[in-house]
Design a protein around this ligand. Sequence first.
Ligand SMILES: *Cc1c(COP(=O)(O)O)cnc(C)c1O
Ligand code: SF4
Length: 348
Amino acid sequence: MIPAAPLPLQPETALAPTPATLPPAPHWQRLWREAVRDPRELLAGLGLDAAAAGISDAAAASFPLRVPRGFIKRMRPGDLNDPLLRQVLPVGLEERVVPGFGLDAVGDGAAKKAEGVIQKYRGRALLVATGSCAVHCRYCFRRHFPYAEETAARDAWSAAVKAIAADPTIDEVILSGGDPLSLATPKLAELTARLAGIAHLKRLRIHSRLPVVLPERVDGELLQWLSALPWPVAFVIHANHANEFDAQVDAAMARLRGAGVQLLNQAVLLRGVNDSVEALAGLSERSFAAGVLPYYLHQLDRVEGVAHFEVPDDEALSLHAALVARLSGYLVPKLVREVQGDTGKRPL
Ligand SMILES: *Cc1c(COP(=O)(O)O)cnc(C)c1O
Ligand code: SF4
């Protein structure tokens, strides 16, 4: 069970100068706030010419650029085709209107069970804990999601927890978003303390890109929370390319494993990012070196503004077949697509 007492303060918080001032924000929250939000600043830092980059102010206005500085350090300077840069840079191609690419491609609107709870599959309820992310991924199917209304955090999760408690067929809660780890740890602890009162829950799952894009998020306070959870935890990170891993990410993964969670990776197949056998095999091998098993390779969800990232099914299948021929079985992710109304992710 979750201890009723508040989590012990982190060392830096414990050293707060005077009781009259608020405790300083955790280190990761400061890094979060220092994220780059200006495409021109991002490009200049990489020695790239903004005029040649095809950036779009309209795309940036509808879904702003956001990228932590530590993630930018993993990009190759001077390379407009860098696979990490492609994932975050708002470009003119996003303004294209392409038939078949809509606003709610995955049917989240229809699968809403309560405020902040989406259930599509048996036994698993997805809790939209927050709408915020530390990085904004251009291909994300949630770029059009009406977070202001859908975020369970708004009413402190009461309706969401009630809906899950009322359905004994749910044995796993998936903390998702947005990125659930963008919530401060005491907030997460408050949420899981409420869920801990639901007897039929057997597992907790966390879907988060933060350990990859801002590994400092995996701090002592977070590990303490994770270690004290009353359920086995599946922790699904999200990395699309081997270059997203560096020594700091490796260290964050080691800390997570130390807290006893099962680490898995989900990736999205993306044109210009990882649409080659080398890139996909490299991702699996690099993830495993960090202690993370490949889980899913998702076909892109067809939402407006992402068509230029799409890899056709026949090409996806042949890439996957090449992975099967090349890698140990446990290094091959399942190639899936989300189809509205299905009972689970559909294998291609
Ligand atoms: C993807 C997804 C899940 C998890 O599916 P798994 O196959 O168990 O990983 C659960 N709920 C929703 C709404 C999803 O989109
Ligand atoms: S971190 Fe995840 S939810 Fe957030 S923008 Fe990226 S892909 Fe989407």
